[in-house]
Design a protein around this ligand. Structure first.
Ligand code: SOE
Length: 399
């Protein structure tokens, strides 16, 4: 194992900035088997990418991601660009023997996701590690929830209730972005944030979603294009040209898990007042867990074995050294934030590369989320008819 792990970051936007922060921070707080080093940032626009690289502390930049794949001094390709680029970049990087961290959702289609699974399987025999960035798995409170569920503390699972609520599109004059273009984003709210809920639910319960019945809505069918036409405060001028929204603004679906547990899921960017409320509650026959990202340092836990007269949800503050990730940070009770999830993600990824632990979610896990997304879209297009989640067609097969 070399002393450093040289990283190429693709995508200079919000996620690229977040990942850059994580790559820089991880070795300063956690013991890692190898030290990551950010080498180059790739983006479509040379000037913007160079400015982002300077601001994020990345020494080099390029407007052609292909050049980083060809470089023998790059060990890791970290993909933070829009969904329509994931498959092409990941396949090229894996073929070149790089380790790949890819933002969620894994791809824009099940077919692409499964090609990525096959490529990751093949590359893994040559030592390449791949992982999908479902970052909420790295919230200490959710990692603790998983431990409790795995240890049987809530017993047999009956209900999963997941809501991911945002409101940044509730204003009909909020400008068009690539996230509203099906070609680039694959789907809308469903794939962007609903995918997080699906992954979290399957991971926490250890169960697959087998069947869904869904409805999708696009409440605002066109939006003003960004730029000149958008005036002060980010609102459109009256004469602004509009672009058609080709994805969902909101998704709602019920789900059956493998054991027969019932799920109710809701994802929206139209829930006024909710900037980023990512909630999940799971009820088992021995207890419950409940989490809301707005209180990300806390987990609610109900234990039906508590003595009569003392029962009730207890609020566990997840900043103790005994709890996942927390010991590497501040003294107990001092709290963590959104950016810590990404630092933890880098830690787990680098440890997997160092040979210690499995890199999860694997591309196969993420492809399973993709198949649930496809089933939801299928059901919504068929008047909410129940749709079975398709089994993997090529999971684990060579490319
Ligand atoms: C969308 O607004 C977004 O940035 C998602 O893309 C992220 O995955 C989520 O963590 C926060 O919201």
């Amino acid at each position: 194992m070399p002393a450093t792990l040289r990283v190429a970051l693709i995508g200079p936007g919000f996620m690229g900035r977040m990942h850059a922060h994580a790559w820089r921070t991880a070795p300063r707080f956690f013991d890692l088997p190898v030290t990551p080093e950010l080498v180059v940032l790739a983006g479509r626009d040379a000037e913007r990418t160079a400015a982002a690289a300077a601001s994020y502390g990345v020494p080099e930049s390029t407007d052609d991601w292909r050049t980083v794949i060809d470089r023998s001094d790059i060990d890791v390709v970290d993909i933070c660009s829009p969904g329509d680029t994931h498959a092409e970049i990941a396949l090229a990087a894996l073929a070149a023997g790089k380790h790949v961290l890819c933002e969620k959702p894994l791809a824009n289609s099940v077919a692409d996701a499964e090609r990525m699974v096959a490529a990751a399987e093949q590359a893994s025999s040559a030592g390449a590690v791949s992982m999908c960035g479902f970052s909420y798995r790295r919230t200490p409170a959710l990692a603790l929830a998983r431990r409790l569920v795995e240890d049987g503390r809530i017993g047999r699972i009956r209900h999963v209730r997941a809501q991911y609520l945002q409101d940044w599109l509730s204003d009909p004059e909020a400008p068009f972005t690539w996230r509203l273009d099906r070609e680039r984003a694959g789907s809308g709210t469903l794939g962007d944030i609903g995918a997080h809920s699906i992954d979290t639910a399957q991971w926490l319960t250890g169960e697959d979603i087998m069947r869904v019945s869904a409805a999708l809505r696009t409440f605002v069918p066109t939006r003003p294009v960004r730029g000149e036409s958008v005036g002060l405060g980010g609102r459109a001028r009256e004469d602004a040209p509009h672009e058609r929204v080709t994805v969902d603004d909101a998704a709602a679906f019920t789900a059956s898990f493998a054991s027969g547990a019932l799920g109710v899921f809701e994802a929206t960017r139209m829930a006024t007042g909710h900037r980023n409320s990512n909630r999940i509650e799971i009820n088992g026959d021995r207890g419950s867990i409940a989490f809301d990202f707005r209180e990300m340092n806390e987990l609610e836990f109900y234990d039906a074995a508590d003595p009569a007269g003392e029962q009730g949800f207890r609020r566990i503050q997840v900043n103790e050294p005994e709890q996942p990730y927390a010991g590497a940070w501040w003294p107990a009770g001092h709290g963590l934030g959104y950016e810590h999830l990404f630092t933890h993600q880098v830690v787990d990824f680098v440890r997997a590369i160092g040979g210690g632990e499995t890199a999860a979610p694997t591309f196969a896990d993420a492809a399973r989320v993709q198949r649930v997304l496809a089933a939801v879209e299928d059901s919504a297009a068929n008047d909410s008819a129940a749709v079975d989640v398709a089994p993997a067609s090529i999971e684990g097969a060579p490319a």
